[in-house]
Design a protein around this ligand. Structure first.
Ligand SMILES: C[S@@+](CC[C@H](N)C(=O)[O-])C[C@H]1O[C@@H](n2cnc3c(N)ncnc32)[C@H](O)[C@@H]1O
Length: 294
């Protein structure tokens, strides 16, 4: 099962309390939701969102013992205000977003997220979303793909990789994630040594397929306005493109208007070495929090 990253640190920042209403915008396996429900007993409420219907189903089963205190909805955190309104919730006492993908998604070959397992070219968090990776590769011009790989993957060899991907696709030699990893590895000949040569491109394609940065920006804009005074918004990001957005958004909110927002984390909270050793996903995690001032 997905092992939550920086769980205790997140709880210390969020400070769930009895009777509070909380948003877990990226439910995953429900590890954060479970901890918030436990800490806000006997009557705190958590609304959990995930684009992935499998995640919603699994979290519902795992957290069924909390009864009415837990609600799971298939939906995006970028639409949180609208979804909460449907439940008659207009204000919350705290929110968390644990970005990226869960171990369940990475390990399910058929979801197409992993270059270590052969699966379809999919990568959608929401399998009902209109465009899979295969659809994207069939419509995108080479220049645009190269730009995307450079920008979202911070990959220097983006032009070469984009050309290799699209020509393999046209030749009918690219139908699985295994093919994709091979085409990328071949096009760059050797990697940087530390990471698999396909790592950055896979990250870039996943961000593009799921519009991850647009969704994050919308959430950063809208979720703070839902907070009751004293409520905190905690965001965990896993790469610099996300973290930069979180940092700037929190800083912009807090600096000109100190009477409304307080930056709780001047610097991001990182995982301790023991956590990184036990859970490699923790290595790149950065946790930041913003508070609605009383
Ligand atoms: C790292 S996991 C969360 C793990 C969770 N904190 C736990 O303890 O189990 C991230 C989850 O966010 C979901 N996700 C990604 N983008 C989303 C979005 N825009 N809205 C809602 N969920 C999203 C993914 O489907 C994935 O299940």
């Amino acid at each position: 099962m997905h092992v939550p990253v920086l769980l205790n640190e997140m709880l210390q920042l969020l400070k769930p309390r009895a009777g509070g209403v909380y948003l877990d915008g990226a439910l995953g396996a429900g590890g954060y939701s479970e901890a918030i429900l436990t800490a806000s007993g006997p009557d705190g409420v958590v609304v959990g969102l995930d684009l992935d219907p499998d995640a919603v189903r699994r979290a519902r089963a795992r957290l069924a013992l909390f009864g009415e205190r837990f609600r799971a909805v298939q939906g995006g955190f970028q639409d949180a205000p609208e979804i909460l309104r449907r439940f008659g919730i207009h204000h919350i006492d705290g929110a968390v977003l644990d970005l990226g993908l869960s171990s369940e998604q990475l390990e399910a070959a058929e979801r197409g997220f992993s270059f270590l397992r052969s699966g379809p070219l999919d990568m959608r968090f929401d399998p009902g979303a209109p465009e899979s990776l295969a659809d994207l590769l069939d419509r995108i011009p080479e220049e645009e793909l190269a730009r995307m790989i450079a920008m979202y993957g911070q990959e220097k060899r983006s032009r070469r990789i984009a050309r290799a991907i699209l020509s393999a696709r046209v030749r009918g030699e690219l139908t699985t994630t295994e093919d994709l990893a091979r085409v990328i590895a071949r096009s760059v000949k050797f990697g940087s040594g530390r990471i698999h040569p396909a790592t950055r491109t896979f990250q870039a394609l996943r961000i593009a397929v799921n519009r991850e940065l647009e969704n994050l920006e919308r959430a950063l804009e809208e979720i703070p306005d839902l907070l009751n005074p004293g409520g905190r918004f905690c965001v965990l990001s896993y790469h610099s493109l996300e973290d930069r957005r979180v940092k700037h958004s929190f800083r912009d909110k807090a600096s000109p208007n100190r009477s409304k927002w307080l930056l709780v984390t001047k610097k991001p909270i990182r995982s301790p070495e023991e956590e990184i050793r036990a859970n490699p996903r923790a290595r790149s995690a950065r946790l930041r929090a913003l508070e609605a001032v009383r």
